[in-house]
Design a protein around this ligand. Structure first.
Ligand SMILES: Cc1cc2nc3c(=O)[nH]c(=O)nc-3n(C[C@H](O)[C@H](O)[C@H](O)COP(=O)(O)OP(=O)(O)OC[C@H]3O[C@@H](n4cnc5c(N)ncnc54)[C@H](O)[C@@H]3O)c2cc1C
Length: 456
């Protein structure tokens, strides 16, 4: 192989670029692949992921796409003695609402099925068929969704929850993985097939009979020639398209996470990934509220906040850490190497999460020193669907805009992008997840009008 030439160059060694390379290797036998990245693999957005996965979406296309990705993660779990630490206690969506007809309607729309066996409603005294998430084993978990309206059952299975919770929607094909382990597993196969990682930043691209890439590597300026160019540059996916004279409809939205040692054992190690669906106004003391409201920079903290705050134990039953997240930020900002962190986030997410799990109040004002506050960008389209497929420039492709779901959908995104590149069979959702959907006015009108975009 000529070190200055490659059949396929992928820009970005995050989980998405790595997954594209993996499926080019394992499905299509491509070997002459270079992954460009000035940073070590999986150290940008992919390092900030909560690493949760679910097949719960408000639209059938996204359900199919993530279901496919979960199938592929299961394939890797089987082939590697579960090296990616896949668990499956589900997503528990909790609400104080008892009337949830609209939510049941959304579940049927998302799963595209009226099959009563798929969405099982457990009313009081009729909950014998419910399987509690006692085991983390993904192979032992049921499929479908359990809608629990039996308060006694909720108290029994989710004892740490706010007693006002009236309904828990338990999504069963959901849990967490180690995205880092999955990336390592894929990298080993890519390297074994002859694929290379090149520590360099793409600076510019010229298109002649092939792509002429100008790079900045460890020893300064460098060049590389490629037949195929794939942008998997995460928050910089739009910048790479711009090098080709193309514009992508994506924005970057900073989001944050808080992880800390649960030294007071506030959260059961067996608790499912738990989401408070209800919006809330944070329970500040009267004095705090007055102070915050008086400053225009902090007055918003006294206003109603959206639902979606989430919490889960991290590191399995033997671990001691917990992770909290709340994607309430709606202000986009251009990507920076160090995503901005709001020092108030720690207090906000802790107080917010204490509403569903009041035991977390023990940490308000006394967070353990063993903690980690970090963040990254949701690189996203307005409709919150990804962009996977050809760019307008012949031979150029994109795998990006994977927002807050890139870890869980990396496998399906990699498989799909590899099929576009190699002219392989495309799944039914391929066109809808490519730039071509923007020419489908009916679909775009439906997605623009949708209130729920599946952002979590
Ligand atoms: C706080 C937070 C929580 C999240 N939680 C979850 C979750 O629970 N589940 C889930 O599925 N997803 C989650 N996500 C989303 C997920 O992390 C991302 O969708 C995914 O990591 C995106 O991967 P990527 O490979 O596209 O991007 P990245 O990991 O950012 O990788 C892009 C790479 O491209 C490289 N690059 C950029 N420009 C160039 C250039 N010019 N030349 C060479 N290389 C370049 C960068 O150095 C970088 O390494 C979360 C995201 C955040 C921010």
């Amino acid at each position: 192989m000529n070190p200055r030439e490659a059949d396929i160059v992928i820009v970005g060694a995050g989980i998405v670029g790595i997954a594209v390379a993996y499926y080019l290797v394992v499905r299509h036998g491509r070997r002459d692949i270079v992954i460009l990245d000035p940073n070590p693999p999986m150290t940008m957005t992919s390092a900030a992921s909560g690493e949760n996965y679910r097949n719960w979406w408000p639209h059938r296309v996204m359900t199919r796409f993530t279901d496919r990705s979960i199938d592929l993660m299961e394939e890797i779990a089987r082939a590697s003695a579960n090296r990616l630490h896949m668990t499956r206690r589900g997503y528990a969506l909790a609400t104080r609402r008892a009337d949830i007809a609209d939510m049941i309607g959304q579940l049927h729309a998302g799963y595209g099925s009226a099959d009563p066996a798929l969405i099982r409603v457990h009313e009081a005294n009729a909950s014998a068929g419910y399987q509690a998430p006692d085991s983390a084993d993904w192979e032992a978990a049921p499929s479908g969704v359990d809608v629990i309206r039996d308060r006694a059952l909720i108290r029994r299975v989710f004892p740490s929850y706010d007693p006002e919770i009236a309904t828990v929607i338990h999504i069963r094909r959901a849990g967490d993985i180690s995205g880092q382990q999955m990336g390592q597993f894929m990298l080993e196969r890519i390297r074994a097939a002859g694929g290379r990682l090149m520590p360099a930043r793409l600076l510019a691209v010229a298109r002649g009979t092939s792509f002429d890439l100008e790079l900045h590597g460890r020893d300064g300026k460098d060049r590389l020639r490629a037949q195929i160019l794939i942008s998997a540059a995460g928050p910089y996916v739009g910048d790479v398209a711009a090098m080709l004279g193309e514009s992508l409809p994506v924005t970057t939205l900073p989001q944050q996470k808080l992880a800390f040692e649960d030294r007071d054992r506030a959260i059961s190690r067996r608790m499912a990934f738990s989401i408070d669906l209800d919006g809330q106004t944070i329970a500040w003391t009267a004095e705090e509220r007055e102070l915050l409201a008086a400053d225009p920079a902090t007055a918003w903290l006294t206003q109603p906040m959206p639902g979606g705050i989430h919490c889960r134990p991290d590191g399995g039953e033997g671990g001691t850490w917990i992770k909290l997240g709340w994607a309430y930020n709606r202000k986009t900002s251009p990507a920076e190497p160090q995503p901005p962190l709001d020092p108030q986030f720690q207090d906000i997410v802790l107080r917010g999460a204490s509403r569903l799990n009041p035991s977390l109040r023990t940490y308000i004002g006394r967070l353990p020193r063993q903690m980690s506050h970090y963040g990254g960008y949701y690189t996203m389209t307005a409709e919150n669907w990804p962009l996977i497929g050809p760019l307008a420039t012949p031979g150029a492709f994109v795998a990006g805009a994977l927002s807050g779901f890139g870890t869980m959908s990396a496998c399906a995104a990699g498989e799909l992008c590899a099929a576009w590149v190699c002219g392989g069979a495309l799944p039914g959702y391929a066109k809808d997840l490519s730039l071509a959907r923007h020419h489908n006015t009916a679909l775009m009108a439906e997605l623009t009008a949708a209130r729920d975009k599946g952002t979590l």
